[in-house]
Every structure is written in C-alpha cells, then in structure tokens.
Design a protein around this ligand. Structure first.
Ligand code: ZN
Length: 184
C-alpha cells in the first residue's frame, strides 16, 4: 500500500511511490524513547532499497517536540523549516496516560491527534483534517493539469462548457419597481 503507512522509521517501505506521505506516529516515537526530555536525533524515511528519501531533525523538549528539516522543490531554493509541536498526555480508559500531538495547523482548532502527516509538496506535519482542504484543491488542479497535458482540445472543451454553464445561469431578477400602490 502506498500512501498511509508506507513510511517506516529507519526501515524499508513496501513500495516507493511519489504519493508517499511521511507520517509521524506518536506511539512509535514513545516506544523508541523519542519523547524523553532532551532526546535529539533524526527520523529517517527510506525507500524499498533502503535509500534515504527524507530525514528530519528532531528534539524533545518535554512538553513539545521541535522539528527541523529542509524542503527541496524542483527549481526552487531549498527552504529551512523549524517549528514546535506541543505534546499532551491524556488518561487512558484502562489507566495510565498516552501522548498526543496538538496539531500545529490553523484550520482544525488545535486537534489532538496520534499522527501527523507531511504530504508530498507539503511544508508542515499536520493532522489529516488540516491537509484535506489543500489536498482536495490540489487534486482538482492536478486533474485539470493532467487533462491539459493529455488532451488540450478536451481541456478547452471543458473550459468552454464551464463558461457556457456560467453564462446560461438565469440572471438574478431585477428588483421590481415600487409603485405608489405598494407604499399605501
Ligand atoms: Zn490540524
């Protein structure tokens, strides 16, 4: 399965795909002792041949983790990114506590989540809800872009059809003239 779950910590992915998303799973971080205050290191993602495809610097500060990494996009200057993700501990049903990230995104209202995602072309690790909106608009763009490349005539026909639909919309009714009778 590509997509969710294909990222592995310092390990192998089942399949390297361009759609691969990097996932930070707080349960894995905890298991490996990465949440201990003062822990610093790297999280790495590898493809199926074991080649490193991505790496992020990582530091646990007690009530948060700090992430720093470089984003490389085709034809653009590399961009350094660094930010904190708060970590909270919530009681479990059967006793004890478990950690959750507080999503650093602005769209979800500080959701508490166990996993954060960095999709291809994304800049930050965010919860799924935060990514969904931008993902959907990108899908729509990709769909149109693919059509344009594959079949420019069909693309133009699609645009013309869109325009025709817009034009054929009934104009809003003009406000009725108020006659003297309406006022008395
Ligand atoms: Zn979010």
């Amino acid at each position: 399965m590509g997509g969710y779950g294909s990222g592995r910590w310092s390990g192998y992915t089942k399949k390297a795909t361009v759609e691969e998303r990097r996932i930070l799973d707080i349960a894995t971080l905890r298991q490996r002792g990465f949440l201990r205050t003062g822990y610093t290191g790297n999280c790495r993602w590898s493809d199926w041949q074991g080649n490193e495809v991505a790496s992020i610097g990582y530091a646990a500060t007690g009530d948060a983790i700090r992430l720093y990494y470089t984003i490389r996009r085709f034809n653009q200057e590399p961009e350094e990114v660094s930010y904190q993700v708060p970590v909270v501990w919530v009681p479990c049903n059967f006793g004890g506590q478990r950690p959750l990230f507080v999503c650093p995104g602005t769209r979800c209202g500080e959701r508490r989540v166990a996993k954060l995602y960095l999709p291809p072309g994304g800049r930050y690790f965010l919860c799924r809800r935060c990514h969904d909106l931008s993902y959907r608009s990108r899908q729509e763009y990709n769909k149109q872009d693919a059509l344009w490349r594959r079949d420019p005539e069909a693309y133009l026909a699609m645009l013309r059809e869109k325009l025709r639909r817009l034009r054929s919309r009934k104009p809003a009714p003009a406000p009725r003239a108020i006659s003297l009778r309406d006022l008395v």
